[in-house]
Write a protein that binds this ligand. Structure first.
Ligand code: HEC
Length: 133
């Protein structure tokens, strides 16, 4: 019985503030494994990624050599302040990162890859993206 209150408190706190270690792990997954910034961050004239607009959506700087159906030449803002979050919500994002499927039940348009992450990694990515303004 004595254990219930601390457990509840710990749970409530974890819901309010993401663990910095989870955010750091999510940043690593986004930046070093998924390389999301390669498509979701705009570039400066010198070709470097614009760190002021990190993951804020971009016009891609590459195109396929042959016709690809539904090719999107822009990528959306995936930071916490984006319209995507108000439209999708967290559960939809988590499902998308684990199945590669959007709420319509189809993959996102190319060249967005279909990631099939485990739940822990999808949640860490979510916490990192939520930490970006
Ligand atoms: C090779 C380029 C590329 C990479 C790498 C990439 N994306 Fe995308 N992403 C896109 C494009 C282009 C779209 C727009 C496709 C669409 O609207 O269907 C998109 C769309 C999305 C969407 C919205 C999907 C929808 O249907 O509205 C989310 C969420 C997303 N990306 C998250 C990520 C995350 C998280 C990563 C890294 C783990 C990532 N993307 C890596 C190109 C990319």
């Amino acid at each position: 019985m004595k254990m219930i209150l601390p457990t509840l408190l710990a749970f409530a706190c974890s819901a309010w503030a993401a663990d910095p270690k989870t955010i750091a792990y999510g940043k690593y997954l986004v930046e070093e494994v998924g390389k999301c910034q390669d498509c979701h961050t705009p570039r400066l004239e010198n070709g470097q990624l614009d760190t002021e607009k990190w993951l804020k959506g971009a016009v891609l700087d590459f195109a396929p050599l042959h016709t690809v159906k539904d090719w999107h030449k822009t990528s959306p803002d995936i930071t916490a302040s984006s319209r995507l979050w108000s439209k999708w919500g967290e559960a939809t994002f988590l499902k998308f990162m684990q199945t590669g499927l959007t709420p319509k039940g189809t993959p996102a348009a190319p060249p967005m890859p279909a990631y099939k992450l485990n739940a822990k990694d999808a949640e860490a990515m979510l916490e990192y993206l939520k930490s970006l303004k």
